[in-house]
Design a binder for this molecule. Structure first.
Ligand code: HAM
Length: 425
């Protein structure tokens, strides 16, 4: 049997990894600029955690979790998202009680979905969660941070869709009203929506089925069920975004596929990725901490999909940092090996990405490798250079004469600062 990666589980090869790194670097820099600190969370949690947070009636929990029972007969699941774990950890370590916390995390999440471009069973998120701030300032903050990440990446053309689900009371009231309406039109709904009328009627609103969409067009609107406070909160968020020059559109059918949201929900979407157009999504979830056994703690956050953003960077042909070596050191003769390795260490310590040839080969073969490595420069060390304490410097990209230099001269020539060399050679 030929071994292959599992369906929906991908290898991230170096070119794509470079795009990922660019995204993660930009996201981390933005999170830190906004005062968020990193938290590492386990990949596996008690299944119960996701049932009680994401919600038993959601597709994620009902159909998509990788759940199993371990040798100790504990029911556990690979995490399908990060918010639940973050809340669990916050409660467990006393980070949330009477405090404000701004946290960020990144890593793999797992959902047993039907894989297609931009949708995988193992995918990766960068997420932020802010706790203890109930005012619209914090909703605005996390949305502004996501916008800052797109700016830093040079990504243009993303649309911010915004909605409010109101307080839990508004939501309960609206859910009943919507359910009554949908029951009256049950025969006109598609099978999937019909099933959801009883379990999760709000999800019927974002159905893509044309029959269901026709029904939904006349459904009662959440906006009409909002309390005065909920309306004021949403208006303040909208005004805050306007004040920052962040364009948004109101999508009153935006409900999100996780149960814990209240008030503001948002998604950043693109039309460049076909059906998987949401690159970042989040919102407020003021009831979740209490629901999981903590106190009454307001919370808001988002998570972005690294794979989808990497696809966008690739399509837009945006530049990514080059991680190829800058220098390739060719050497020959057993006597030269110690010097070649010492020089290699010195170049690296001076900040130059350096490959020292390994695997032998004639100088011709080594130059070929040097060229393929992506390096701009080759250094050559043979018995003559060893005897005279010099190197040959050869440009691999330009027609320039090869030069004989001392190691210090070569370092200076390569633009490195010899003075910062911390390794005594
Ligand atoms: P979510 O909408 O389920 O929200 O996922 C957030 C993002 O993860 C999506 O917008 C998408 O970019 C990416 N994503 C989701 N599923 C897949 C998949 N199968 N393949 C590739 N990418 C995917 C959450 O997870 C919430 N925890 C977000 C949040 C944080 N809300 C508040 N705080």
């Amino acid at each position: 049997m030929r071994l292959q990666s599992l369906r929906g589980f991908r290898d991230i090869l170096p070119d794509e990894a470079a795009r990922w790194q660019r995204i993660l670097d930009a996201a981390r820099a933005a999170a830190e600029a906004y005062g968020y600190r990193q938290i590492h969370l386990p990949l596996v949690e008690a299944t119960e955690l996701f049932k009680r947070s994401v919600g038993e009636a959601t597709d994620i929990v009902a159909k998509e979790m990788f759940s199993f029972r371990d040798r100790d007969k504990t029911d556990m699941s690979l995490r399908p998202e990060g918010t639940a774990s973050c809340v669990r950890a916050g409660i467990e370590h006393g980070l949330l009680h009477n405090q404000q916390q701004r946290l960020w995390y990144s890593g793999p999440m797992f959902r047993h979905e039907r894989p297609q471009a931009g949708r995988y069973r193992q995918f990766h998120q960068f997420g932020v969660e802010a706790f203890g701030m109930a005012d619209p300032a914090c909703d605005i903050e996390v949305i502004a941070m996501s916008a800052a990440i797109w700016r830093a990446l040079g990504l243009e053309g993303l649309t911010l869709e915004l909605n409010t689900l109101g307080s839990p009371e508004c939501r309960t009231r609206y859910r009943e009203q919507l359910r009554d309406f949908l029951r009256e039109h049950i025969d006109a709904l598609d099978a999937d929506a019909r099933e959801r009328v009883e379990t999760n009627p709000l999800r019927v609103l974002d159905s893509k089925h044309p029959d269901t969409r026709a029904v939904v067009a006349d459904a009662p609107r959440m906006a009409d069920s909002l309390s005065a406070e909920a309306r004021a909160h949403f208006e303040a968020v909208c005004a805050g975004l306007d004040g920052l020059g962040i364009a948004w559109t109101h999508n009153s059918n935006l409900v999100r596929g996780l149960d814990y949201y209240t008030h503001t929900v948002f998604e950043w979407t693109t039309d460049q990725l076909g059906a998987q157009g949401t690159v970042c999504a989040g919102g407020r979830y003021d009831g979740l901490v209490e629901q999981l056994g903590g106190g009454e703690v307001a919370a808001v956050g988002f998570a972005m999909g690294i794979e989808r953003l990497a696809l966008l960077l690739e399509q837009a042909e945006l530049p990514v940092a080059d991680s190829a070596p800058q220098v390739y050191l060719c050497w020959q003769g057993d006597d030269c090996l110690p010097a070649a390795q010492r020089i290699g260490e010195r170049l690296r310590a001076a900040g130059l990405r350096t490959v020292v040839n390994a695997g032998g080969g004639s100088f011709k073969a080594q130059f070929k490798r040097a060229d393929r490595s992506g390096a701009d420069w080759a250094l050559v060390l043979g018995p003559d250079e060893l005897a005279s304490d010099t190197l040959q410097l050869k440009s691999l990209r330009q027609r320039e004469p090869q030069r004989t230099l001392t190691v210090d001269e070569a370092l200076a020539q390569l633009g490195a600062d010899v003075a910062i060399d911390p390794i005594a050679v």
